[in-house]
Design a protein around this ligand. Structure first.
Ligand SMILES: [Fe+2]
Length: 609
């Protein structure tokens, strides 16, 4: 083969590789902004000299506002024309849009090249403007800019949400403003009378804190300052009214919450659990977003809180911002009606944390879009030992939660493994009879993703079983709550691949494993054609879990987000005054057993429906 032919072949191979990589990126894009190709952008205002675009507002007042955007002068419209919202200071050759509407949504666009769409503008602390863009997301051509929409109150407290600190009588509130200021919270037991106050602190992050693109490139949005302040000395199960903000820069509106019940078997609690939620736009922009079902779920969660739910647990894959910073703003705005009223406790997922060679356990995973955990850690401050050691525990009524990271080392000998063992061994079951272990990736999973690569569902599940299953069994953990696989799944009471059923007193002989990754992201259809025998239920429908627990019963209802229908229902029971005795772990077959369902038999004692 001549040199020329060799070079030609190499070039062809390179082009093919690039094309496959580009195609793969398109297939794996979780949000449409991942398709925005900054390097192909052209600003060509002269090419469509007659084109113009205008917004009917010049000022964004308060937290959000609906605006109408109109355009004209294109001659004939095309299906790949769109109206994109940008930070006013953002250069489209560097920065991706915040969101966009396809122009063809407007009936007159294709024929006349004119039209109008409505956007809901969210206060993201900086001025904005709209662009009329042609040629799709891969080769965008900006042909007209609107005037600037000025943000009137960049220091309006935004993204308010509550969490627990792990200490009794404390609830933390976090929020965001453009400037640091002097953050504080004030609260009281009567509306409008805030007799107590506490100073807060502030964090932020910079482009340099990101590990890669798009987080430090096209997706970068200045996060402002992320504040936190703790309300301490709270009486249990008491309604408090609160405001967060700043004497100089302004306060939030008044919110209220019911403080956590006293820890112990005397408490009855009602809580919500999700994983893999994400966010979407209520104005219908970004219409191809995979996360559209999250809107139904967050509306259902807000209604559950209105009806008395006291806590929201979210085990990984939080906003799916994946490096597009504005989506964290959208996420907390969407979840706000829920998490301004109940504490929100999270664990880290691959889409918050994973980035090659940044300290997680997956050397080739780009799932965080370059965020490598930093925005997640600083926006949802959990009571962890350090920022990138995202494991912790907390009590809520009669339940002890041990939250860990499947994105960090969990093998015996690791710091996290030592924490989990120490934590589970120290639980006083006369105080918290129920123990739930939460993480992102499942320990048992009905998935056909057997890849030996480091993040294959079955590969990781086996690693988790090898490392943790004996601990879960020994310390009589009642259940694990995980996600990652976008489905709902419930195992029998299983240990080393076998359903063990129930003891004579009704208690389970082993933990149940719940996969609750069906909250909002696109469902994962790769389940086995024949359900593995250790799984009592597998459902591919968006939903969330409502748990009610007291000393002797822990009931679960799994509800569909769209219509509230019942996807699953079961109850775990313990006799009154139950005391745990650590179980002996059999020596043989250590290693978590074979594949799920191997040698299994059905327990069935816990499925009440
Ligand atoms: Fe995930």
């Amino acid at each position: 083969m001549g040199e020329f032919t060799k070079s030609l072949s190499l070039c062809a191979l390179l082009l093919l590789t690039l094309r496959i990589a580009q195609h793969h990126r398109r297939l794996t894009a979780h949000n449409p902004l991942e398709l925005w190709a900054t390097h192909n952008v052209r600003v060509a205002l002269a090419e469509n000299g007659g084109a113009s675009i205008r917004c009917n507002a010049t000022v964004l007042e308060g937290q959000h506002q609906w605006v109408e955007v109109t355009w004209s002068g294109l001659g004939t419209g095309s299906y790949d024309d769109y109206i994109a919202l940008f930070p006013a200071a953002g250069d489209p050759l560097i920065t991706a849009p915040i969101k966009y509407h396809w122009a063809a949504r407007s009936p007159s666009h294709l024929i006349l090249g004119t039209g109008s769409v409505t956007f809901r503008l969210l206060n993201m602390r900086q001025d904005m403007r709209f662009a009329l863009v042609r040629s799709g997301l891969q080769f965008p051509v900006v042909v007209a800019w609107s005037g600037v929409v000025t943000v009137a109150e960049p220091n309006q407290p935004m993204q308010g949400h509550l969490s627990l600190t792990g200490k009794p009588g404390e609830v933390k509130v976090q929020w965001v403003t453009r400037d640091a200021g002097s953050p504080a919270v004030r609260w009281g037991t009567r509306s409008g009378a805030h007799e107590w106050s506490a100073a807060g602190d502030s964090l932020t992050y910079t482009r340099a804190d990101m590990c890669g693109a798009p987080a430090n490139a096209s997706g970068w949005v200045d996060p402002g300052w992320l504040h936190g302040a703790v309300m301490a000395g709270l009486q249990p199960s008491t309604t408090y009214f609160y405001q967060y903000g700043d004497e100089e820069l302004g306060w939030s509106g008044e919110e209220s919450f019911v403080s956590p019940p006293a820890t112990g078997p005397g408490a009855s609690v009602r809580l919500l659990a999700v994983a893999d939620l994400g966010q979407a736009e209520v104005d219908g922009s970004m219409e191809s977003s995979e996360m559209l079902p999250s809107l139904a779920t967050t509306a259902a969660l807000a209604a559950e809180v209105q009806a008395g739910a006291q806590l929201l647990v979210h085990n990984g894959d939080i906003s799916y911002a994946r490096g597009f910073g504005s989506q964290w703003d959208t996420y907390f705005d969407q979840l706000g009606p829920t998490v301004r009223r109940v504490p929100y406790m999270t664990t880290v997922g691959n889409h918050e944390r994973d980035w090659p060679h940044s300290g997680d356990r997956f050397p080739a995973q780009y799932d965080s879009g370059g965020e490598c955990g930093v925005p997640y850690y600083r926006r949802t401050r959990m009571p962890t030992p350090a920022e990138d050691k995202p494991w912790y525990s907390f009590d809520f009524g009669p339940i002890h939660f041990c939250q860990f990271s499947t994105e960090h080392l969990f093998e015996p000998g690791s710091e996290q493994h030592r924490f989990i063992e120490r934590d589970l061994a120290a639980v006083d079951r006369s105080v918290t009879p129920w123990v739930v272990v939460g993480g992102h990736r499942p320990i048992y999973i009905d998935s056909t993703f057997y890849g030996l690569m480091p993040d294959g569902d079955q590969y990781v599940a086996k690693k988790l079983r090898d490392s943790l299953e004996d601990l879960l069994y020994r310390y009589q953990v009642d259940a694990t709550w995980t996600g990652h696989h976008h489905s709902y799944q419930r195992t029998c009471a299983v240990y080393r691949g076998r359903c063990l059923g129930a003891n004579a007193d009704g208690t389970a002989r082993a933990p149940l494993h719940l996969v609750i990754g069906h909250a909002g992201a696109g469902l994962t259809p790769n389940i086995h054609f024949f359900r593995p025998r250790i799984f009592d239920t597998v459902r591919l429908q968006h939903g969330y879990v409502v748990v009610e627990a007291n000393a002797t019963h822990m009931s679960h209802r799994v509800l569909a987000s769209y219509d509230g229908s019942l996807l699953d229902e079961f109850t775990l029971t313990k006799p009154a005054g139950w005391r745990s005795q650590p179980r002996d772990v059999p020596r043989a077959t250590a290693g978590g057993g074979g594949s799920p369902g191997e040698g299994a038999r059905r327990g069935g004692a816990f499925a009440a429906a």
